[in-house]
Design a protein around this ligand. Sequence first.
Ligand code: NAP
Length: 497
Amino acid sequence: MSTVAGVHPIPFLIGGEWIQDKSSFITHINPATGEVNYEICAGTEAHIDLAVRTAHKAASQPAWRNMLPHNRAQILNKIADLMLERSDLLARCQMLENGKVWKECKNQVINGAATFRFCAAAIETLGSEITPPRGNYLSMTVYEPWGVVAAITPWNSPITLTCNKIAAALAAGNGIVLKPASFTPTSGIELGRIALDAGVPPGVLNVVPGAGSKIGDALVTHPLVRMVSFTGGTEVGRRISELCGKKIIPAVLELGGKSPHIIFADANLKAAADAATVAIFEGTGQSCTAGSRLFVERKVYDEMIAMIIERARALRVDLPDAPGAQLGPSASFSQREYIEKMVEGARKEGAEILIGGARPTERHLAKGAFYLPTIVAGITNKSPIAQQEIFGPVLCAMPFDNEDDLIQQANDTMFGLASGIWTADYKRAWRVARALEAGMVWINTYKQFSTAAPFGGFKESGLGREKGLQGIRTYQQVKTMFWSMSDTFDGGFSIAK
Ligand code: NAP
C-alpha cells in the first residue's frame, strides 16, 4: 500500500493506471510548518480529455451501468471498510495539507465511510415509481445516471466533501473525473486508490489534480461531461454555472457562506456561548457553514460577548498533531494574508478587536500560517468584514433590538447557506426559521450534520442539494415511460381508416 509520501512525485489516476507525468507538478507546502510536504503530478488539458473519455467508456459498460443494486452496495460498503482500515493515511493526507487538527481529520474519515454506507443502503432501496394512471396505460419514472460527472472540490474539508460527491455519484451509476483542490490533492488520490481496490471498475473514478485556472474549463466544457458537481467559492461557482448554462447541463453548486448565528435574550446563554464559539472557531473558521455573523439581542449582548471571549481565550491553537490542539493553522499562507487584510481593514474603519486580531507568539508556531481566534465588534452588518466570507477564525459580533430588525439584518447578505437560532420560545423559533433565507437552520444547536439530511444553500450559496436521498437523485436524471395496455392507439385526434 502506498503512503502519502511514498512515491515522488505522487502520481494521479486515470483508467486504473497511475500517471506519473513529471512535466508539471504541484509543490505542496505544509501550512503548519512552512516546509515542503511533497510534490504531486499535475494533470494537463490532455489528461483531462483522456480522463473524461475513459470515464465515459467505463461508465457506459453494462458491467457498471447495469450493475445490480446489491452488487453496487457491496462495493460501496467495501470502500467504507477500506477507508476505515486506511483512516490514518487518509487523515494524514488532509492534516499535512490543510492543517486541520488530527481528531477532526480522523472524524472526517469515519463520517466519509458512513456516507458510503448510507449510499449503499439507499441504492438498494431507492425505487422507481409508478405514477397515477390517466388512461389505459402504465406510466412510470425511472432514474438513470448522467454519464460522466465532473466533481470539483475545495481545500477546507476535502475528505468529507469528496465522499459526499463520489459516494452518491457512484451509487447512482456514473463515471467520475475528480479534480481536487491544489492545496489538498492527496486524500482524493487515495480515495481513488481505495475505490479501485474495492472493485470499482478501472476508469469509473479518475482523479486528476491540477490548477483549476488551467484545467477547470477543459473539464467543465468537455462535451462528454454531462453534469458538474462543484464545491468552492461563489466566484468560481458562478463561472462554472455560466459554462454549464451554455452546454445546458446541470451544475450542483455548494458555495460560500456568511451565516447568521442568532441569540435571543431568553436562550440558554451558556449553551449558546459554547455553540457560538464552536460555530466559528472549529476548523480554524474554514467552514462554509461557520457561524461568522453573531447577532445577540441587545439586553444580553455584553454578557454573551464576555462569555464567548472567555471561551475563545481558552482555545488551544497548536500544531495539528499536538495532543489537545483545537485550532490548527489556516490552510495556506495566502489565506492567512487575506484574513489579516480583512481584519486590518475593519480596524482602520473603526472596528474594535475584542480578542485576537494577530498571529500567536509561541515560537514553535512562528513558521506556520497560524492566526488567533478573533472577535470583531463595533461594526454594522453593512461593513465589508460582515459581508465578505473570510474563511478564518474571525467572528463579527453585532447587537439587535427586535425580531424584525434581526431578520432584516440576517438576510441582508448575498449568501444563504446556514443559520442558527437560540431561543426558549418555540413559536419565535418557527417564525424566524421560516423567515431566514438559508438552506440550513439549526435551532438551539449548531453544526449538526447527518448523512441522511440534504445539504445546500439559498441565494449565492448554491444550487441543488447533496446528501440524503435527494443527494443521490442529484446524480441521476429522470426518465418517464408510458406503456400502453391497449392493442389500439388511442391518443390524439382520431385517424380516419
Ligand atoms: P475555490 O477557489 O472556488 O476552488 C474550489 C475548487 O475549484 C478547487 O479545486 C479549484 O482548483 C477549482 N477551480 C478554481 N478555478 C476553477 C475554474 N476556473 N474552473 C474549475 N475549477 C476551478 O474555493 P476554495 O478556496 O478551494 O474553497 C473555499 C470556498 O469553498 C469557500 O468559499 C467555502 O465557503 C466554499 N465551500 C463551500 C461548501 C458548501 O458545501 N457550500 C463547503 C466547503 C467549502 P485549485 O485549487 O487548483 O484552484
